[in-house]
Design a protein around this ligand. Structure first.
Ligand code: PHE
Ligand code: ZN
Length: 919
């Protein structure tokens, strides 16, 4: 038998421009697995034929980490070569279909990369996207080769009672004959053709929650959620989310479930969130398992959107898939847009929709904007990559979703101001044209535009598509001028976009800018344009297409405050020289909740940057001015705003977000200033926080709905602030006066809470205020939940992400790595400690002594030999090193060089660190 190892040659750059159609098509695949953790045998029988559109050439099949035993062509032994991992067959029949049979083995137990076939908790799972199928058998591992699959699984019945694959179960039973004692089999047929990245199998000891539903057309479907025995009491929410998803896609887009059986299976060992394998979604347990005592409100809401996301892929991704991996955003951007809309549509109150939008934008701006400004910046449709796994990014996902959202906006019309109806028409045309095929981002945009021939999108399509080809976040500079005599208000706009790797100059983007003019008293002013047109709604949609343009409103009775980019109508940076008073007006009154929130963020940011930039000593600093503090009090006490919105407004911009606004980043100074701001808000609003806590602490029987979740969020923030005030107001053990009671109250709440959200908020309030009660609380938390993996992840993450006071976090993190419950091989656990520290705790990570960076480089190298995908994600924690002030900058660079100097790095980590060093 021939042993093949990963080829260790120089990494090759894959370019979009080099795309060529496959030389062969694979019509059908019959796979048989003899599942054994140490050595699984895989028989792959395919029917192939040449692609007549491509010159005659050998067949080159992808393969990795496979042991090859046999190759037969039309039942006969055939000659073959192995060339840099590929199985090459020459002299294949020129005409018609032929049979190719390949027999290989693989070693699931040794597979720590979690790509291909692997073992987790004694069960078998697969992960094939993007290029994991080649670790299971030799194949044309590319998404434009779509085949019909029949899969037979054979395994020990006692160890692996459940045998699952895509599609329908057509046969199962005991295996006969010697050597088959105690073994059984199951055969699955997928009625839909699919690319191999959507193949999946699962085998193990699993139990399932089932639900039968009927579609609008009366078709019956079986929905199943498979988990480990013992986790059944955490499956109700995932099942409900799945049912909601099925109903929503049919109602909003007319897309029904096309399968008799739809299964979700949870595994603890998973690199990503979840995977949309046809009819057999495989999920990270984090996005399936929830009940009130183990999961927070955030977990419940993430489960809803990830279940939705994977389900929506069934049409956007699976029925229509990507021609090549450069088109990844075709399915991911669109599907994120769909899951965002799903979550918003499930909100009962309009205010909850706005809260969801703010949360989504916050992710975009704190994660994607930095990516777009850093060494890994790439267009939504990249031009090249070394390792495709590095391109499952916030740009492809979140910015891609914004691009789709702008398309919806740009197909809007008088009768359809949001563009929802026009966009749904576009989706219908997209499916009419491309169902069952592998297509490009261009095909998608064309379909949306063609279905709306009179729309701005259709008119501007070639220019609009620059959003797909140009990386970088456009910056929109706006200036306003009011002419009191003429009663006109003119807004001048110009756009720029900084250079990104490989793209020096940029063409102007098409930027839909939703605008309103707010009066001094806070009302939307009527909007009239020179050409006589008047907006029927309070907002006007200005579609910016040029580098510079302006718009003039007439009959403007008073100098307005412009509310620009309402609802964050485009993924751009907006510069407008607001006065504090103008921002106060928007914060108090803007009818657009997004810009209302944004005004508060801008005010806070202003106080922060002023102090960061200066030389002032920070001990005891009070960065916030009185007006800001009073405005925050007014929001907190506001009789009409809901709690979730208040919590967002009262939460200061994150350290990461603040850092992005600065040219030179001193992470310690940012941390100190933000902490001073938090402390100031805590003490200045002490009685208001107390009121807020008391008014929102009791929420009756737990339900994860947005209204009560918002109340818990606000109560949690209040408690955190109250504990902070207690700590900063004197004796650390008791605090002084009234304030001193709060840590004790938090501890009591920690013990009494009937749900994980309240319990974790209370614990976090103690840990992050540095109170000594944190210690016993952490110990109790651990002993209460020592058998709940996902809760232990929270326990680790809370400590690794906690507020640094004099450098105590890093030694604590090093200690956590030695904890018996720590396991570097489990991605969730690795993330809970290492990523929480390196990527989510800048104040603790960026140390003057560089010890955080040393820790980072050690962990990147250690992880790389286990799981390159996870290692490469961690490697990105230092993406923004070149913006750092000295001495951080030099020591960060040295740490990256240490990683880059290592021989035998994975392509994954190699690509990330070499791009970082080129910055
Ligand atoms: N396609 C998955 C999703 O977006 C993500 C994923 C990618 C999962 C690669 C595993 C591996 O839902
Ligand atoms: Zn996806």
């Amino acid at each position: 038998m021939l042993q093949l190892r990963d080829s260790n040659g120089p990494a090759t750059v894959i370019r979009r421009a080099d795309y060529s159609a496959p030389a062969f098509w694979i019509d059908s695949v019959h796979l048989s697995f003899d599942l054994d953790p140490a050595k699984t045998r895989v028989l792959n029988k395919m029917t192939l034929r040449r692609n007549p559109d491509v010159p005659v050439q050998p067949l080159r099949l992808d393969g990795e980490t496979l042991n090859l035993a046999r190759v037969l062509v039309n039942g006969q032994g055939a000659s073959f070569k192995l060339e840099s991992g590929k199985l090459v067959l020459e002299n294949l029949p020129l005409e018609g279909a032929f049979a190719l049979e390949i027999f290989t083995t693989c070693e699931p137990l040794k597979n720590t990369s979690l790509s291909g076939l692997y073992v987790s908790n004694d069960s078998f799972f697969t992960q094939c996207e993007a290029e994991g199928f080649r670790r299971i058998t030799y194949f044309l591992d590319r998404p434009d080769v779509m085949a019909s699959y029949t899969v037979t699984l054979r395994a020990d019945k006692q160890k692996y009672p459940v045998l699952l694959s895509n599609g329908n179960l057509v046969a199962s039973g005991a295996l006969e004959g010697t050597g088959n004692e105690g073994r059984h089999f199951a055969t699955w047929v997928d009625p839909h053709k699919k690319p191999c990245y959507l193949f999946a199998l699962v085998a193990g000891q699993l139990v399932c929650r089932e639900q039968r539903i009927a579609s609008r057309a009366g078709k019956a479907h079986l929905l199943q959620v498979y988990v480990r025995p013992g986790d059944m009491d955490k499956t109700e929410h995932a099942m409900n989310s799945l049912i909601h998803s099925v109903i929503w896609d049919e109602a909003r887009f007319g897309l029904p479930l096309d399968l008799e059986r739809f299964m979700i299976v949870a595994t603890s060992d998973f690199n990503m969130g979840a995977m949309e394998n046809k009819g057999l979604n495989i999920f990270n347990t984090k996005y399936v398992l929830a009940n009130q005592s183990t999961a927070t409100d955030a977990d419940f809401s993430n489960i809803e959107s990830v279940v939705g996301h994977e389900y929506f892929h069934n049409w956007t991704g699976n029925r229509i898939t990507c021609r090549d991996w450069f088109q990844l955003s075709l399915k991911e951007g669109l599907t994120v847009f769909r899951d965002q809309e799903f979550s918003m549509d499930l909100c009962l109150e309009a205010s909850a929709r706005a809260v969801k939008r703010i949360e989504d934008v916050r992710v975009l701006r704190t994660a994607q904007f930095p990516e777009d400004a850093g060494p890994m910046a790439h267009p939504v449709r990249p031009d090249s990559y070394i390792e495709i796994n590095n391109f499952y990014t916030v740009t492809i996902y979140e910015k891609g979703a914004e691009v789709v959202r702008m398309m919806q906006t740009l197909v809007g019309s008088l009768n359809d101001p949001t563009g929802r109806a026009g966009f749904a028409k576009g989706m219908t045309l997209y499916f009419a044209r491309h169902d069952g095929s592998a297509v490009t981002c261009d095909d998608f945009a064309q379909a949306i535009a063609d279905a709306n021939p009179d729309s701005a999108l259709s008119r501007l399509l070639p220019r609009f598509k620059r959003w797909y080809s140009q990386a970088g976040t456009p910056r929109l500079h706006a200036k306003g001028s009011y002419d009191a005599a003429a009663q006109t208000y003119t807004l001048h706009l110009n756009q720029t976009c900084a250079a990104t790797p490989g793209q020096e100059a940029k063409e102007p983007f098409v930027i839909p800018v939703s605008l309103g003019l707010v009066s001094r008293s806070g009302a939307d002013l009527p909007l009239q344009l020179r050409d006589g047109s008047a907006s029927t709604s309070a907002s006007h949609l200005l579609v910016v297409t040029q580098a510079e343009e302006s718009i003039t409103f007439i009959n403007v009775a008073e100098e307005p405050v412009p509310s620009i980019l309402r609802g964050f109508s485009a993924p751009v940076l907006l510069d407008f020289d607001y006065s504090d008073a103008q921002l106060m007006t928007l914060l108090a009154f803007d009818p657009d909740p997004f810009n209302r929130w944004e005004a508060g963020q801008r005010l806070a940011l202003r106080c922060a940057t002023a102090l960061i930039a200066g030389e002032a000593i920070l001990t005891g600093a009070r960065p916030l001015n009185d007006d800001y503090v009073e405005a925050m009090r007014a929001v907190l006490r506001h009789p009409a705003l809901d709690a979730a919105f208040k919590e967002l407004v009262l939460t200061l911009p994150s350290e990461t977000y603040i850092a992005e606004q600065l040219d030179v980043v001193d992470p310690q100074r940012i941390h100190a200033v933000r902490e001073a701001m938090r402390a100031q808000l805590a003490s200045a609003l002490a009685t208001d926080w107390q009121w807020a806590f008391e008014a929102h602490a009791d929420n009756g029987a737990y339900r994860p709905d947005s209204l009560s979740a918002g109340r818990r969020a606000l109560a949690g923030l209040a408690l955190t602030q109250l504990c902070l005030a207690a700590q900063s107001s004197g004796d650390p053990s008791t605090g002084s006066g009234q304030a001193g009671v709060w840590p004790g109250k938090a501890y009591q709440r920690f013990k009494d809470a009937d749900n994980m959200t309240d319990r974790l908020h209370a614990l976090s309030a103690l840990v992050n205020s540095g109170h000594e009660l944190a210690k016993p609380a952490l110990a109790q938390f651990h002993s209460l939940f020592k058998n709940e993996e996902l809760v232990l992840d929270k326990w680790f993450a809370l400590q690794a992400g906690s507020c640094d006071r004099g450098g105590q976090v890093l030694p604590a993190v090093r200690q956590l790595l030695k904890h018996p419950d720590f396991n570097l091989r489990n991605p969730n656990r690795a993330r809970s400690v290492i990523f929480s520290y390196c990527s989510a705790n800048p104040g603790a990570f960026h140390r003057l002594d560089a010890a955080g960076y040393v820790f980072w480089s050690e962990r990147v190298l250690e992880l790389d030999s286990i799981n390159p995908q996870v290692a490469a994600r961690l490697a990105r924690a230092l993406d923004r090193w070149s913006k750092l002030a000295e001495p951080y900058r030099s020591s960060a660079r040295q740490a990256i060089e240490r990683v880059a100097d290592k021989a035998n790095l994975s392509n994954d980590v190699r690509e990330v660190v070499s791009r970082a060093l080129a910055d």
